[in-house]
Design a protein around this ligand. Structure first.
Ligand SMILES: Nc1ncnc2c1ncn2[C@@H]1O[C@H](COP(=O)(O)OP(=O)(O)OP(=O)(O)O)[C@@H](O)[C@H]1O
Ligand SMILES: [Mg+2]
Length: 477
């Protein structure tokens, strides 16, 4: 449950908030003035404050200043009518999280509120990196006892004590964001803000402005000035996720801000000085991007000073039982039930599976098993087909040349249905990856033969091998 405080002197705004944000996950309290809001905060301990800029009594800006003094991490979104956007911009400089224009666009309002509540949770949720082994009480943490994870814990500890930039690498779902949050929580910047920017989720042309802001008229559509994340997050920590996806101009600016703490807003020429710690993450091999000249080498070296690599789950299978246990406890706690045990043979299946989606996939499998299970324990039949082998796609005879197409169609249908249950599943690359691995295994890594079996050129096969990062796995000659 998240707590939201609305500070606004207009009764109809209070009313529409109650209506729009009516949800069991949100507890809403209102205050009609800045003064009242300041009194409510210590008692109500909101996760997010939404506040009108123009109110009778203390202004929104003044209230914001006081809130910042009370708690420099509390997220504040300002609301402003057309014509007062300049104030909103001032507010961003004072560390407001965002601003909203009145009258509200309801979907936008919800999106901003939900985004802010997530940011607040990320900031608050303490991620323990003391190796969590069999602790009885559930605690949000990083689980692992493998040699590789011990190394990760050690690095987190060292990094937390310093202010150094860090680069976290690892396949999707290995826990990069979790590690970033652990570093932040244990750093001496933990009383300050922690903001996440997913570089891949923002269109390339907009990323630079998202990070550094822009001046009015900097480009078509830039009708007002905008304050970027670096300015907003001054003294705090920025987590730059999927850092591999940036234009050269943005890379140059990042390099400069890392070296000297200065930048200019897009279209501006006044240097702005900030003190921000950067933690970056990527699931793409940056070395390759550097070799292909898509990523600046100097920026790479600057980021790579301290590197935490989280190996894929299949390379640290001894962590699987611990993680399963951890997620069983976590979901039991979330649903206020006793944790269910896992039945015979289930551990083996889970430990054997190759987990292409890593810990995230494991988490989803456990969550889903708890939903579908009917008994007192989780059985192998509660696991997805690709893990328990039940629904093995090839139950029919292997296709012959004549019926190959219709059999392929049947297989594709099954695969597609299966993939639909995994919202994050990208079916084509996933299947392609497996086919490539299979063909290379069967041909002992002979790329010419493998390409022929797959019906692709050798050049295409090479590209796939690179794209899917499967060289190491197969140690191809
Ligand atoms: N060692 C771990 N212990 C407990 N939970 C973990 C661990 N590693 C990952 N998780 C959980 O798995 C999920 C995925 O982790 P996270 O989002 O940090 O991965 P990621 O590497 O950032 O993935 P992506 O590259 O797809 O963004 C999260 O719910 C996270 O809490
Ligand atoms: Mg991530």
């Amino acid at each position: 449950m998240s707590r939201l405080l609305l500070i606004d002197d207009e009764a109809d705004v209070q009313y529409s908030f109650q209506r729009i944000l009516d949800s069991p996950e949100i507890e809403l309290t209102t205050a009609s003035s800045g003064e009242e809001g300041l009194k409510v905060i210590p008692r109500f301990k909101p996760d997010l404050v939404m506040m009108d800029v123009r109110m009778g009594g203390m202004t929104g800006l003044e209230t914001l200043r006081r809130i910042r003094q009370m708690d420099s991490k509390l997220l504040v979104i300002l609301m402003t009518a057309y014509g007062t956007t300049q104030t909103a911009i001032e507010a961003m400089k004072l560390g407001a999280y965002d601003y909203l224009l009145k009258p509200f666009d309801v979907p936008k309002l919800k999106e901003i509120v939900l985004g802010a509540l997530k940011a607040a949770r990320d900031m608050k949720q303490v991620v323990s990196y003391q190796p969590l082994l069999e602790s009885e009480d559930y605690e949000q943490g990083i689980v692992g006892r493998s040699e590789a994870m011990q190394q990760v814990f050690k690095l987190i500890g060292q990094l937390a004590a310093s202010d150094a930039t860090a680069l976290i690498t690892g396949e999707s779902g290995t826990g990069k964001e979790l590690v970033a949050r652990a570093i932040y929580h244990h750093s001496n910047r933990s009383p300050q803000a922690f903001l996440t920017v997913n570089c891949a989720a923002i269109p390339e042309q907009l990323l630079e402005s998202e990070l550094f802001g822009h001046e009015r008229g900097a480009f078509t559509g830039a009708t007002v000035q905008r304050i970027g994340k670096f300015e907003q997050c001054n003294r705090g920590t920025i987590f730059m996720d999927e850092i591999g996806d940036m234009t050269p101009a943005t890379q140059t600016k990042i390099l400069r801000v890392l070296q000297s703490g200065t930048f200019e807003r897009v279209g501006g020429n006044t240097p702005i000085q900030v003190d921000v710690r950067v933690i970056a993450a990527t699931n793409k091999p940056l070395e390759q991007a550097v070799a292909a000249r898509h990523f600046r080498e100097d920026l790479f070296y600057r980021l790579n000073v301290v590197r935490i690599h989280i190996p894929p789950l299949r390379e640290r299978r001894e962590d699987i039982p611990l993680l399963v246990n951890y997620f069983l406890k976590k979901f039991a706690r979330d649903q206020q039930r006793d944790p269910k045990p896992i039945g015979p043979g289930v551990s083996k299946l889970l430990e054997k599976y190759h987990w292409p989606g890593n810990v995230r996939e494991l988490e989803n499998v456990v969550r889903r098993a708890l939903v579908v299970t009917k008994g007192e324990a989780i059985l192998s039949s509660d696991l997805p087909a690709e893990i328990n082998g039940q629904g093995a796609v090839l139950t029919t005879a292997l296709p012959t040349a004549d019926n190959a197409n219709s059999d392929v169609a049947a297989l594709a249908r099954q695969l597609f249905q299966w993939a639909r249950r995994e919202p994050k599943m990208k079916i084509i690359p996933a299947v392609e990856r497996e086919l490539v691995i299979q063909a290379l295994k069967e041909t002992d890594g002979n790329q010419v033969h493998a390409a022929k079996l797959l019906g692709m050129t050798r050049a295409t096969l090479r590209k796939r091998v690179e794209k899917f990062g499967i060289q190491r796995e197969l140690s191809i000659k």
